[in-house]
Design a protein around this ligand. Structure first.
Ligand SMILES: Nc1nc2c(c(=O)[nH]1)N[C@H]1C(S)=C(S)[C@@H](COP(=O)(O)O)O[C@H]1N2
Ligand SMILES: [Mo]
Length: 403
């Protein structure tokens, strides 16, 4: 049955595509080729084509040392974010760190406190893994969730890279963790001295002490020369410019995890240590600020991810949530990585509300915005993974739903 319906979908897509291609203008062969010129020379470090213009969106404030820049999600292909377009979140600017002088200290409740140089770390067995990092404030309520005009501003605080480094569990085993230890406290070498408490269980599971990003050293903005990569967990705990790990028996409730990245609930309690980024997805085409030229064939495209594992299913609705269709999921479909979804679509030229809904391998289904507000109240700031619709107007322009 599944085979028959996917075959029918394929046939429909092919028919739609044929329509799209016949409407493309035939290119006439040039009469004369003209003189052929020698191109540009070899160069030692590459740059993108001068015709490519995708940029991170910067804040409109004058201060650029504190704040965030957003990945242009609508302009990215596949699942890997180019390092130069990885979103940035800075609490006190990007420090300049000489890797030869940099040290990582592991101390506290350990048998042997250890100090590692970068060379020490690079000599140890390495691991590589493709995973997303998402700021807990991505799509934050009051702006990103409802009114952001583009998907870059509503969802651009998520990016996905291949990270390379040493398994944190290996370093901790070398130091010898005391039986009573339960948490680690990670600290960055930036002026903000970012500090986060992380449960030891996760530290012994899949955390990477990373020095590599997409085949080269980390970008300075991403924590050069060393950062934590915590697959599936909120961006803030992925401490950059990592210099110290203290093994402890309780969370420290540092400034960075108490005054921020904690949410007040309607009943007066606080949601704290909300580490996991729950399943989320967003349509990147068509999305706010884009324009469909004419009715006809389009491929709806977007990204889905879950901090609990693989994305199992993404459904897309083009009628405001009345009906949903299963989108195709591109390979590779990795746990805790961005996953690309695609769905052929024939736009009939009438107003359409387009949105996506992700389900991860645990069976968790991405909730509606309204369902989140019902549980958390209207004032929560972090971990907004609600469904985000876009409106395609009859003139082809795409806006947020209020627009
Ligand atoms: N030392 C340090 N680590 C940090 C930060 C920081 O400002 N200083 N920002 C945090 C936040 S809030 C996020 S969302 C991620 C962002 O990682 P990125 O800038 O590589 O995207 O880094 C985290 N680690
Ligand atoms: Mo963040």
């Amino acid at each position: 049955m599944a085979g028959r319906s996917s075959r029918r979908r394929f046939l429909e897509a092919t028919a739609a595509l044929t329509g799209a291609l016949t409407s493309c203008k035939r290119a006439a062969a040039p009469e004369e080729e003209g003189p052929r010129r020698i191109g540009k020379p070899l160069r030692a470090y590459g740059e993108r084509s001068e015709f490519e213009k995708s940029l991170r969106a910067l804040p409109t404030t004058k201060i650029l040392e504190v704040g965030q820049s957003y990945t242009p999600l609508a302009e990215i292909y596949g699942i890997i974010t180019p390092s130069a377009l990885h979103y940035e979140r800075l609490h006190s600017g990007v420090p300049t760190i000489d890797p030869d002088a940099h040290r990582l200290l592991i101390h506290g409740m350990v048998e042997r406190p250890l100090i590692f140089t970068m060379d020490d770390l690079r000599r140890l067995p390495s691991v590589s893994r493709i995973c997303f990092i998402e700021c807990a404030g991505n799509s934050h309520l009051g702006y990103g969730a409802k009114d952001a005009p583009t998907v870059q501003l509503s969802h651009g605080l998520v990016s996905c890279s291949e990270w390379t480094g040493v398994s944190l569990s290996l370093l901790l085993s070398e130091a010898g963790v005391d039986p009573g230890a339960k948490w680690i406290l990670a600290e960055g070498a930036d002026a903000a001295k970012m500090q986060r408490s992380i449960p030891l269980e996760k530290a012994m599971d899949d955390i990477i002490v990373a020095y590599g990003q997409n085949g080269e050293a980390l970008r300075p903005e991403q924590g050069y020369p060393l950062r934590l990569v915590i697959p599936g967990w909120e961006g803030n705990a992925n401490v950059k410019w990592l210099r110290r790990l203290k093994v402890v028996d309780q969370p420290y409730r540092t400034r960075d995890e108490a005054s921020k990245y904690t949410d007040s609930m309607p009943d007066g309690t606080a949601r704290e240590f909300t580490f996991v980024m729950e399943a989320k997805s967003v349509v990147t085409f068509p999305s706010g600020g884009q324009k469909l030229a004419a009715p006809g064939f389009y491929e709806i495209s977007g990204l889905a991810w879950s901090g609990r594992g693989r994305i199992d299913r993404v459904e897309v609705s083009t009628d405001g949530g009345t009906t949903w269709q299963a989108a195709g999921l591109s390979e590779p479909r990795l746990p805790m990585a961005l996953t690309r979804f695609l769905l052929p679509w024939r736009w009939d030229g009438r107003e359409a509300i387009v949105q996506s809904r992700a389900t991860d391998e645990t069976g968790y289904v991405q909730p509606s915005h309204e369902a989140l507000v019902a549980v958390r109240g209207a004032n929560y700031e972090y971990h907004n993974n609600g469904i985000r619709p876009w409106k395609v107007r009859a003139d082809g322009s795409v806006t947020d739903v209020a627009g």
